[in-house]
Design a protein around this ligand. Structure first.
Ligand SMILES: [Zn+2]
Ligand SMILES: [Zn+2]
Length: 336
């Protein structure tokens, strides 16, 4: 395979995120990389795809950078670009938690996959899955606690409901690539909770580890690129069922109706029987995607268009709300 997908992050103080963004955008364009990179005062987080030589050149560029040298990469081979476009942004945080913490100063103790596995087996730990609920649904470590939240920002409140004061069990956290753990364990340590450990390199690294071979993982792992999910270790124990016939299977497809585009679990037989659709309505949808590259590209622009529409609608609402607030402020009597 000629292409690679790189997944990386580094927590490091960045004085001028905007100019770093400009430099990153420039090098990514030069190297024809696609994907997403966020740079913030707390560091860098990204996932990009490109030709192997271009990915190598990008890593060499990063290694020569005064701030981004020694970034760790998860590297996967792929048959083409895994993203439709390139987006490089400067933001307030690389992971939005809404709490200031300094993961380069102190975090939960990093455990290598084999250490994490040993601790799951012997220490009766509290295992926290700190990804989104829909990620948990398709795969997780056996015995892990499910996050009952919609966004990462709600995690501190959720943690208060699962971690009792004076919790004696060791707390193990894990996420896809490790970045959320850095931030959340930094927060926990800040809160005075000491017995906190995190899976170094995340689930992705655990699945590739020779010693662990993905043991104790159930289902598959959700990823945010065109692969949708990846297996963890050589054997997959499904935790999901086919939407149509109910057979246990860890196989995900996108509904062929462009207007639905829902991701759902489906066996091969039902994919054919139901024309790759999630519902009766979608089978008869006028705008359906066929299985060829050209239309896949059209679908991508379709998706971007839908996202833009949603963004515009949200912005309009925000503006309206701001205007209402401003009007209210104008009409409110001032207290002197
Ligand atoms: Zn089925
Ligand atoms: Zn559908």
């Amino acid at each position: 395979m000629d292409y690679q997908i790189l997944l990386f992050y580094k927590f490091v103080p960045v004085a001028d995120a905007v100019s770093e963004r400009d430099a990153l955008l420039e090098i990514c364009k030069q190297l024809n990389l696609k994907g997403r990179i966020i740079v913030a005062p707390e560091g860098i987080n990204g996932t990009v795809s490109g030709l192997v030589a271009d990915c190598d050149a990008y890593r060499a560029w990063m290694d020569a950078h005064p701030l981004f040298a020694e970034t760790e990469y998860k590297i996967d081979p792929f048959e083409g670009h895994a993203f439709g476009r390139l987006s490089v942004k400067a933001r307030a945080e690389i992971v939005t938690l809404g709490h200031e913490c300094e993961p380069w100063e102190k975090t939960g103790k990093h455990l290598e996959p084999a250490e994490f596995k040993a601790m799951m087996e012997s220490a009766n730990p509290l295992i926290l899955d700190i990804r989104n609920d829909y990620e948990f649904e398709v795969g997780r470590f056996k015995g892990a606690v499910r996050p009952d939240v919609k966004t990462f920002k709600e995690f501190p409140d959720w943690l208060r409901t699962v971690i009792e004061p004076g919790e004696e069990r060791p707390i193990l956290t894990y996420c896809t690539g490790g970045i959320r753990c850095e931030k959340l364990t930094a927060y926990l340590v800040d809160q005075g909770i000491e017995n906190v450990y995190q899976l170094h390199g995340g689930i992705v690294t655990y699945g590739k580890d020779e010693q662990t071979q993905g043991e104790h993982w159930e289902g598959v792992c959700y990823v945010f690129d065109d692969r949708v999910t990846v297996p963890i270790g050589p054997n997959v124990t499904p935790v999901t069922r086919c939407l149509h016939c109910g057979v246990e299977i860890a196989r995900f497809i996108n509904c062929a109706s462009v207007d639905c585009n829902k991701q759902f679990t489906c066996c091969e037989a039902c994919e054919e029987k139901f024309s790759r659709s999630c519902s009766e309505e979608c089978i008869h949808s006028e705008r359906r995607r066929e299985e060829n590259g050209k239309l896949a590209i059209e679908l991508r622009s379709e998706r971007i268009k839908l996202r833009r529409q949603a963004y515009r609608a949200r912005r309009k609402e925000r503006l309206k709300a701001a205007q209402c607030a401003a009007n209210a402020a104008l009409t409110e009597p001032t207290i002197s």
